[in-house]
Design a protein around this ligand. Structure first.
Ligand SMILES: NC(=O)c1ccc[n+]([C@@H]2O[C@H](COP(=O)([O-])OP(=O)(O)OC[C@H]3O[C@@H](n4cnc5c(N)ncnc54)[C@H](O)[C@@H]3O)[C@@H](O)[C@H]2O)c1
Length: 269
């Protein structure tokens, strides 16, 4: 888990999971590049990294735009000369609405960020890694990449597609010493879940939070740091034989199919 001398490039690095990953890679010695389309959020992560005395850069970019992606990869190469870990993570939730009410424009926007952004990122980063003969990519999917989520047709479609493109890309580069995997978080304590809770139940977002949490066997959301830990593992040599697959980090939600009963046997009983 030592990333000294390595370069980690993180899209959506201003957000909850991206920022936790940026800090996690930096703590383990990596030089970190943050990409985000939100200037204030990206700069915020850069400030935290620099306060901790880390070598880091922030490049503003929209991951859905080809020219922006080419530019953030070129800027990273100009600054550090290599890319060892690529956390292809920027994403948006879209709106919560049944498919028959889902707006065309919102569908296109979600696909542009969550799928086209992931495609463009790999298209531009993988040649760098193949030239190096090494590298690891982690694409952020979701448990919505494995099962359907009602009211979230665009998001669910985009995250299923992330799993597909991960498998295909992994096969393209496996002989070149480069690994490509996907991560499937369940609910995580970030802005995105706050937004979904408010859309699910505008009158009582905290009630929506409780309902989501109650449907997770562990009874709680994951923290952004717990998701970042999985990303760091997948980028490390410890995961050397893992490629073209996904890791689920969801407190037991998908594996169990629902909430667990409260345990009857507790310490002290
Ligand atoms: N929070 C969860 O419960 C959860 C669960 C499963 C998967 N995910 C996925 O994890 C990833 C990170 O989400 P998060 O929870 O940290 O949410 P977040 O909203 O805190 O972070 C997302 C970041 O991506 C950035 N971004 C959005 N569109 C962009 C674009 N076009 N170009 C560049 N940057 C852009 C945002 O500015 C933000 O900083 C997303 O792909 C999301 O779908 C989140």
């Amino acid at each position: 888990m030592d990333f000294t001398g390595k370069v980690a490039l993180i899209t959506g690095g201003g957000g909850g999971i991206g920022r936790a990953a940026a800090l996690g890679f930096a703590e383990r010695g990596a030089d970190v590049v943050v990409v985000d389309h939100d200037q204030a959020l990206g700069q915020g992560t850069l400030d935290v990294l620099r306060q901790q005395g880390r070598e880091a850069r922030f490049f503003p970019a929209d991951v859905g735009k080809s020219a922006d992606v080419a530019a953030y990869v070129a800027s990273t190469m100009a600054a550090f000369g290599r890319i060892d870990c690529f956390f292809n993570n920027a994403g948006i939730e879209g709106k919560v609405a049944p498919i028959y009410d889902y707006e065309d424009e919102m569908f296109d926007r979600v696909i542009a960020v969550n799928l086209r952004g992931v495609f463009l990122g790999m298209k531009h980063v993988l040649p760098v890694m193949l030239r190096q003969g090494s590298g690891a990519v982690v694409n952020t999917a979701s448990t919505a990449g494995l099962v359907g989520a009602s009211g979230m047709s665009a998001y669910t479609a985009s995250k299923h597609a992330v799993l597909g493109i991960t498998k295909s890309a992994a096969a393209d580069v496996a002989r070149g010493g480069v690994r490509v995997n996907a991560l499937c978080p369940g609910p995580v304590e970030t802005r995105m879940m706050r937004s979904l809770e408010a859309m699910r139940n505008p009158a009582d977002p905290e009630g929506a939070h409780s309902l989501y949490a109650a449907n997770i066997p562990m009874g709680r959301y994951a923290t952004a740091e717990e998701i970042a830990n999985a990303v760091i593992y997948l980028c490390s040599d410890l995961a050397g034989a893992m490629t073209g697959t996904q890791m689920v980090v969801d407190g037991g939600r998908i594996g169990s199919g629902g909430p667990s009963p409260v345990p009857r046997i507790r310490k002290g009983d």
